[in-house]
Design a protein around this ligand. Structure first.
Ligand SMILES: CC(C)(COP(=O)(O)OP(=O)(O)OC[C@H]1O[C@@H](n2cnc3c(N)ncnc32)[C@H](O)[C@@H]1OP(=O)(O)O)[C@@H](O)C(=O)NCCC(=O)NCCS
Length: 182
């Protein structure tokens, strides 16, 4: 079967391989990443990276999640991950989630990756809606969602106990017609 690749200007998105373990492990070594993502282990070990890759490979076969490694075209390494998670084909929706190695923050890379994944979600998977959530203090992630055209839909006050404090979750959504008309 042909490997699924989404090709951007500076990055290529492709399914994760077992050989990506080291790149993921090295790029994820910053507590700010775990602080902003629910259920992400911290400290993050090589074993965690191996488990994540295996889990995502199985999920792709079941079509419940599509995780992509974000490969830098110049560095030829995986510098982060983005994916559509918890896909529900009955309701045609799924969640957008992502993280990037801190060295690459604030260069528009996740906005570029998000556009590629949303195009895949709406044009290839034919989803109707993609949603995303961020903690209220995660302004960078909320900016990425806004850059991609997501609309703020609500606030879940103190919905998550994460890193020893209550966190508000800000919920965003994007409909296929809103993305495709852009
Ligand atoms: C969130 C994350 C993926 C963003 O990736 P990125 O490649 O830096 O994102 P982009 O460069 O495309 O966009 C970031 C935007 O946020 C803005 N931003 C960054 N920090 C900010 C802050 N503290 N306050 C306000 N805006 C901020 C940037 O200026 C940029 O805005 P612009 O598009 O107008 O230039 C990255 O910071 C990350 O991995 N964070 C940790 C994990 C995480 O939060 N994952 C998401 C969980 S919901």
């Amino acid at each position: 079967m042909k490997e699924l690749k989404l090709i951007g200007k500076r990055i290529t998105l492709r399914p994760l391989k077992s050989s990506d373990v080291k790149d993921i492990y090295l790029n994820i070594q910053n507590k700010k990443i775990a602080e902003n993502i629910l259920d992400m282990p911290w400290p993050y070990s090589i074993r965690d990276a191996q488990k994540f890759i295996k889990k995502m490979q199985k999920a792709r076969q079941k079509k419940s999640d599509f995780a992509f490694g974000i490969e830098s075209k110049t560095r030829k390494e995986v510098i982060g991950c983005i994916g559509l998670y918890k896909i529900n084909f009955k309701h045609k929706n799924g969640e957008l989630g992502y993280w990037l190695g801190p060295k690459y923050w604030n260069q528009g890379i996740m906005t570029e990756a998000g556009k590629l994944v949303l195009d895949f979600a709406f044009s290839k998977l034919k989803l109707h809606r993609v949603w995303g959530g961020a903690f209220s203090n995660n302004l960078a992630s909320q900016k990425v969602l806004k850059n991609l055209g997501f609309k703020k839909e609500g606030v879940f006050r103190q919905a998550f106990w994460h890193f020893d404090c209550w966190r508000d979750g800000i919920h965003y959504g994007l409909l296929s017609k809103e993305f495709l008309k852009k």
